[in-house]
Design a protein around this ligand. Structure first.
Ligand SMILES: [Zn+2]
Length: 415
């Protein structure tokens, strides 16, 4: 039997309306109980938390922490590791290294320091997921889970063509079970298929090559299968046209799809991820504006969608990595430095390109604004998740900065 008493901390528990009350939290056998239920005769571990915050463990629903992309990123960025090596001190900690592509030990320690207890790896290709789990298992302290990428899977595209929703749901259920994944992920739906065959991406209403349906049809079919399966996190969508000016319109149309999904189970219908990267208004980089206000308006009027920010962090060197190979091809031609591109058993594709966000870069400044604008204008913040799409728009270790920007106008005035 374990008994823990956390004393005198500032307790925050939004679900129970507790906002910074100084109180004690008692834990017995892994469950929070009334402090009077602890038995002093059986030994109590007392933690003095005075002056500190006590809160439920943080959950990061989108952070690339494991899988083949991360390992390639580590190999591509030796400069990310030179200055960060920290030797392990037996038997307490193990060696740490890396900033935007940290090693497994650093990932666990840094998340734990920030108070996070659960992190989702948001894009694991089915055939590579055994590797993803090996890496997740090596990350200490925190709990981990993975979303499996199913947007350009050939068998799945055949099942959508055959218009057999039951068989589609059964197939997705099997993929989730076989890969031990928590949720279904779509990356630029249909685009990897078009990329592999024709070297191009797709907007939400473009027809896929070979198949006569659109990315919108893929989203709707899989979202409805997720309803049938009653998944706790229904469908995690990286919108089409990510990273291209004017793409906020595609994001709005993706969010609107949630209204037409046949709902047979509880909860939200869609989650739109790293909305900063798909919140661009304007028709070129020089006329770029934030589409954050329009996205926040859609979120406020559409109760079936949640989103995360993909918040950009000024002056941060990052390693962009995504199953959106089409966009990485474009980014490589902007950066003209390193580029890794991979086709994964015809099931998907991905790319990796190092990048640096700059305070004086106009586009980067607009990117910084979009994430914050969406969060500040959202009325139901329980459907808005803080994330940097680590390591794409910033690092997960940058989260305290984002919280400061959202809490304080003064903090937002970056010099
Ligand atoms: Zn991502």
């Amino acid at each position: 039997m374990t008994q823990i008493l956390i004393k005198n901390g500032y307790v925050f528990d939004p679900l129970n309306g507790i906002k910074g009350e100084v109180t004690d939290i008692a834990i017995k056998d892994g469950k929070i109980v009334d402090p009077r239920e602890l038995n002093p005769e059986e030994g109590i571990t007392v933690i003095n938390a005075s002056g500190k915050v006590v809160m439920p463990g943080g959950i990061d629903i989108h952070s690339h922490i494991a899988g083949p992309k991360i390992n390639i990123g580590r190999m591509m960025r030796p400069e990310d590791h030179y200055t960060t090596n920290k030797p392990g001190v037996f038997p307490y900690i193990r060696a740490e290294t890396g900033l935007s592509t940290p090693n497994v030990f650093r990932i666990g320690y840094e998340y734990a320091i920030m108070g996070y207890t659960l992190v989702a790896e948001p894009a694991t290709p089915p055939v590579m997921t055994r590797h993803t789990h090996h890496e997740l298992n090596a990350i200490p302290i925190i709990d981990k889970m993975a979303y499996v990428v199913v947007d350009s899977n050939w068998m799945l595209l055949d099942l959508i063509t055959n218009n057999d929703p039951k068989l589609l749901a059964a197939y997705l259920s099997w993929i989730l079970k076989a890969t031990k994944s928590y949720a279904l992920k779509l990356v630029d739906p249909g685009s990897d298929f078009a990329w592999l065959l024709q070297g191009r991406g797709l907007d939400i209403s473009d027809e896929l090559p070979v198949y006569n349906f659109t990315p919108a049809d893929i989203i709707k079919s899989i979202a409805e299968a997720a309803q049938v399966l009653n998944l706790p996190h229904k469908l995690h969508v990286h919108c089409n046209r990510l990273g291209f000016p004017g793409n906020y319109a595609t994001t709005l149309r993706t969010m609107e799809l949630a209204l037409n999904i046949h709902r047979v189970s509880e909860g939200l219908a869609l989650h739109v991820t790293h909305v900063q990267f798909t919140g661009y208004k304007g028709d070129s980089w020089s006329t770029l504006e934030s589409g954050g206000e329009e996205i926040a308006k859609e979120l406020n009027s559409n109760p079936y969608v949640s989103l995360d920010l993909g918040q950009a962090i000024p002056d941060r060197a990052v390693t962009t990595m995504t199953a959106d190979a089409t966009f990485q091809f474009v980014l490589y031609h902007i950066m003209k430095n390193k580029w890794y591109s991979s086709d994964i058993e015809s099931d998907g594709a991905s790319g990796i390109v190092p990048y640096k966000y700059k305070k004086k870069n106009y586009v980067n400044t607009v990117q910084w604004v979009i994430g914050l604008e969406v969060a500040l204008l959202a009325r139901d913040i329980s459907r808005v998740f803080i994330a940097t799409d680590h390591p794409n728009a910033g690092l997960f270790t940058d989260y305290p900065l984002i919280f400061a920007w959202l809490m304080s106008k003064k903090a937002r005035k970056i010099p």
